[in-house]
Design a protein around this ligand. Structure first.
Ligand SMILES: Nc1ncnc2c1ncn2[C@@H]1O[C@H](COP(=O)(O)OP(=O)(O)OP(=O)(O)O)[C@@H](O)[C@H]1O
Length: 287
């Protein structure tokens, strides 16, 4: 079965002091995995090692039959030869090029039919002639995703690509990511420090903390089971700059739910159902 094997050890300066990044995992080619962990735990470093942007003290990366890295044998393929696509939090698009030109520029051949296919799949046809400066953050990230996929990468690396976006846009883009993944089957690593974001697209989650890893598959099942559906009445809606704080009265508890203004569908006095996840809500006792 086509697999990716990754093993790397590297000394890092964590916030708490020096420590070792020590990661060893295998995944099936074509899978979508989440890489989850707190800030400074080693997620970006792991992606950089995969991409060939950082070299660990020791390690081995095998993608199907090809070694990208083998420190014992002094193999270390440069990034250009690793065939990875990358999307970061802030899409660095070429400002002087249109959306179409940005995607074409990344393609091996400007006339590759994949350019049009991706513009269409990412919902960018109507924006194809616009310059990045005229796009919203979500639209820019769509262009970045299309650009990363146009070269048919073997591995797609996504480093918190949607974390600067509002929740509604983020959810939309996560759905689009899932659709693109199902269509192309590109092996994808999605980094986030928000577990709920990752769990929207995959149950296969690698947790990394202070450079040490563990698989979270079972924990994610448990977390889902933890959620409870409860009914409550909306008792107050307060608009703040970029969000809405909605107060929902349950039997014994008042819960504050934060939403973006565009997602607001509730009215005061309405009975609503909440899927309660303790990490998503600020609980307040009834006074
Ligand atoms: N080349 C390096 N040498 C030594 N230490 C490093 C190196 N690169 C990063 N670090 C340190 O390793 C730790 C992990 O960094 P990394 O960027 O991988 O974390 P992260 O999990 O991606 O964090 P965030 O979610 O904030 O982006 C940090 O404390 C960082 O300062």
């Amino acid at each position: 079965m086509p697999m990716i094997h990754f093993h790397a050890r590297m000394n890092l300066e964590f916030a708490s002091g020096p420590g070792l990044l020590d990661v060893d995992f295998s995944l099936k080619t074509g899978s979508l995995i989440g890489l989850y962990g707190p800030s400074g735990s080693g997620k970006t470093t792991l992606l950089r090692i995969l991409a060939g942007l950082t070299q660990p003290e020791s390690g081995r990366i095998r993608v199907n039959d090809r070694f990208w890295l083998d420190t014992e044998k002094h193999i270390n393929l440069p990034t250009q030869q690793r065939n990875v696509g990358m999307v970061f939090q802030d899409a660095a698009l070429f400002p002087n090029m249109s959306v179409r030109q940005n995607v074409e520029f990344a393609a091996e051949n400007r006339r590759d039919p994949r350019v049009n296919e991706l513009l269409e799949l990412a919902g960018l046809q109507n924006l194809a002639d616009r310059k990045p400066v005229t796009l919203s953050g979500g639209q820019r990230q769509r262009v970045a995703l299309a650009r990363a996929l146009v070269r048919r990468p073997q591995v797609l690396l996504l480093d918190e690509p949607f974390s600067a976006l509002d929740r509604v846009t983020r959810d939309q883009l996560l759905n689009e990511l899932l659709r693109l993944h199902r269509k192309f089957g590109t092996t994808t690593v999605l980094v986030s420090h928000q577990l709920d974001e990752i769990q929207q697209v995959t149950d296969t989650v690698l947790e990394i903390e202070q450079g040490k890893m563990q698989w979270l598959e079972n924990k994610s099942e448990n977390r889902r089971a933890d959620k409870q559906s409860v009914s409550g009445i909306v008792t107050n809606i307060a608009f703040e700059s970029s969000k809405v704080r909605i107060q929902v009265q349950l039997a014994e508890t008042i819960i504050i739910v934060e939403q973006t203004p565009t997602a607001l569908e509730w009215q005061i006095g309405e009975t609503v159902k909440l899927n309660v996840d303790p990490e998503q809500f600020v609980r307040q006792s009834k006074s």
